[in-house]
Ligand binder design. Structure first.
Ligand SMILES: Nc1ncnc2c1ncn2[C@@H]1O[C@H](COP(=O)(O)OP(=O)(O)O)[C@@H](O)[C@H]1O
Ligand SMILES: [Mg+2]
Length: 394
């Protein structure tokens, strides 16, 4: 099998992006579509082969944007054209807007108005996160009168922190799925711009777009890259963005009844954040999204084999798998189980090629082989850091 050269693919991807933009800016739609197809396929390959989690997230977010660009082009809208008189993206089955009026500036830049299909039932474990969401986000919608007798405003600002691959981004997607609302996923790369002043402008734009919806969710991922402590060297380029963000956050209320706006921030390094975010109550609920417990691991195992549970009937039972997976993140567990299934599939294929009609289950040996070469992405040292952070030591 050919070796995947990440750097070469990335270069081709960036070239394809440039060609797409150039063609569309020149009004060559067909040529633009051709390069867009190529960029989308390269982006998918980068996602599949990327082992650095934040980078992978970035490609995933870019992939979504490429898809939405393709949809626009199919509708005859060319966002790169000088003539921007195209119909606004919120037309048709879009979520209800809070302002009730026409979209004043046309397109939505940051929000997607199609809710994802993921729900909280897809999320393994994380009981505390689910409890907060049910209480503060879903209950006010389901029982508005009762809610208003007890609580002041619906919606919430949650800071999720914890090791990578345990479900911070996944939970955010599930909340938008539960609310069936518009949502924006903002990565650091969406706001960092080589032109000074562009970042803060984009922050203002995000909050302005959010005001258009009665229900919406804004998810700021990789908060530590955006809002590093103002005393640190890292914050040189982001101080202005932080100041604007704090101002927008304070002015952003859920004043109208029936309005539910959720703001979620996520970080793998909460200790690197500016204290204004952590201690200043800007995010009023802090939740540790940690490694999955035994129940959550069992959920992931069952989910991985849900299409064919008989693959679990080998010499390794579900219980032993769940034990051996202790200490791994949900994302690691999915990968490990995927590799085990691949091994069983190879054997099954060999059987079929030899005329034997037998579906092979996963085995103890498969698991041992996969685990022998798999590097856990969550280290004991990083878990110690989270403990120190919770104890207020760092
Ligand atoms: N709690 C969970 N339940 C089910 N799947 C999960 C969970 N956490 C992570 N995953 C899987 O792993 C992938 C990566 O997780 P992600 O939410 O991006 O982690 P984080 O944002 O904490 O780094 C998700 O897309 C999902 O498929
Ligand atoms: Mg994430």
């Amino acid at each position: 099998m050919a070796v995947f050269n990440f750097d070469i693919k990335r270069k081709s991807y960036e070239d394809a992006l440039k060609m797409t933009q150039a063609a569309l800016s020149a009004g060559n739609i067909e040529e633009g579509k051709y390069y867009l197809d190529s960029a989308t396929s390269l982006c998918a390959q980068l996602i599949a082969n990327c082992v650095i989690e934040p980078m992978k997230r970035r490609y995933e977010s870019e992939y979504k944007k490429l898809q939405s660009l393709a949809t626009s082009l199919e509708k005859g809208i060319n966002p790169f054209s000088a003539d921007r008189s195209a119909p606004p993206r919120t037309a048709g089955g879009a979520p209800k807007r809070a302002d009730g009026g026409e979209n004043p500036s046309g397109e939505l830049q940051f929000f997607s108005d199609k809710a994802p299909t993921t729900t909280l039932d897809d999320v393994a474990g994380l009981a505390e996160v689910k409890k907060q969401i049910r209480l503060r986000v879903l209950a006010p919608l389901q029982n508005p009168e009762l809610y208003s007798k007890y609580m002041d405003d619906a919606g919430c600002r949650i800071l999720m922190y914890g090791p990578p691959g345990c479900g911070k981004s996944f939970v955010a997607e599930a909340i938008a799925g539960e609310l069936k609302c518009a949502y924006a996923i903002i990565n650091a790369s969406d706001l960092l711009d080589k032109y000074v002043g562009e970042g803060p402008k984009k922050v203002v734009q995000i909050f302005k777009e959010a005001e258009r919806f009665e229900k919406c969710l804004i998810f700021f991922d990789e908060l530590d890259s955006l809002f590093a402590s103002r005393e640190s060297e890292d914050s040189r380029h982001t101080k202005d963005i932080l100041t604007t963000f704090l101002t927008c956050l304070s002015g952003f209320h859920e004043e109208k009844s029936g309005c539910v706006r959720v703001i979620i921030g996520a970080t793998n390094r909460p200790w690197a954040l500016d204290t204004a975010l952590i201690r200043g109550k800007r995010f009023d609920t802090h939740i540790y999204v940690g490694l999955p417990d035994a129940e959550a691991r069992a959920f992931l195992v069952r989910k991985a084999f849900s299409k064919n549970a008989s693959l679990l009937n080998g010499d390794i039972g579900e219980e032993r798998m769940v034990d051996l997976l202790e200490g791994y993140s949900c994302a690691d567990i999915s990968t490990i189980l995927g590799k085990m299934k691949e091994k069983a599939f190879e054997r099954t294929l060999a059987n079929f090629e030899n005329g034997v009609n037998s579906e092979e289950p996963v085995t103890d040996r498969d698991m041992a082989d996969v685990m022998a070469t798999y590097r856990n992405s969550v280290t004991a040292e990083s878990l110690e850091l989270f403990k120190s952070f919770e104890n207020g030591e760092i």
